[in-house]
Design a protein around this ligand. Structure first.
Ligand SMILES: [Zn+2]
Length: 215
């Protein structure tokens, strides 16, 4: 049995990134094979003391949605302030079924849910900061308060929110692991997900399979 977090000086921490209905194959912004990670993510939960889940949580007029002004196509890139923004189909609108966690995802042990992308004018791929790094989500303070030194990250999608969450975690000083078989990529370009894993690895993030965790 995993030890309860309060017994452990540095709780083993898993961050489940954006495992939400809209990112599953039937969803508004389908990630191919996204449903395949749920079982792996559920199994992983038992190995960790502290569980954090993130939710992409957009207002309906969010500036990352292609349908909103300036009315472009999904996949187009626009400039939002100083940040380049890829446009997406509308997804994960606050309070909708698409933004909810899939019922198959075990949720009763989640210690913290981090909502991101809540400001109309800026997107948030990372669980720590928006893409312009103007606002923090509070996740860093939470992890510090829990004395977390090392994080394991999985979820959707490898080439966007998993990647940005992992790179931020690393830059904030956490020893950072990505559990690759509990991730799937969008792959707007054919090799985006493997390239993202390579970039993370090169930066100093450890890529691991759920079957080969070092504990
Ligand atoms: Zn989003």
């Amino acid at each position: 049995m995993p030890k309860p977090a309060h017994d452990h000086p540095h709780p083993r921490t898993l961050i489940l990134v954006d495992i939400q209905n809209d990112f599953l194959p039937e969803g508004a912004l389908a990630v191919p094979g996204g449903n395949e990670i749920i079982q792996v993510a559920n199994r992983l939960q038992n190995r960790f003391d502290l569980l954090v889940a993130t939710q992409d949580w957009h207002p309906a007029n969010h500036s990352s949605f292609a349908r909103n002004p300036p009315h472009r196509k999904p996949g187009d890139i626009v400039q939002l302030g100083k940040v380049e923004q890829t446009l997406w189909p509308a997804h994960c609108v606050q309070g909708t079924l698409g933004a909810a966690f899939p019922p198959r995802l075990i949720q009763n042990r989640l210690d913290r849910i981090v909502k991101k992308g809540t400001s109309t004018e800026v997107d948030s791929y990372s669980a720590f900061f928006d893409n312009a790094r103007l606002k923090a989500t509070g996740l860093l303070e939470y992890l510090k308060e829990k004395r977390v030194v090392e994080v394991y990250i999985c979820g959707l999608a490898t080439d966007y929110c998993v990647k940005h969450t992992a790179l931020d975690a690393l830059s904030l000083g956490f020893k950072t692991w990505v559990v690759e078989d509990a991730c799937r990529g969008v792959n707007l370009q054919p090799y985006d997900a493997p390239h993202a894993l390579q970039a993370m690895n090169k930066a100093g993030i450890k890529i691991v399979s759920s079957r080969h965790l070092p504990f």
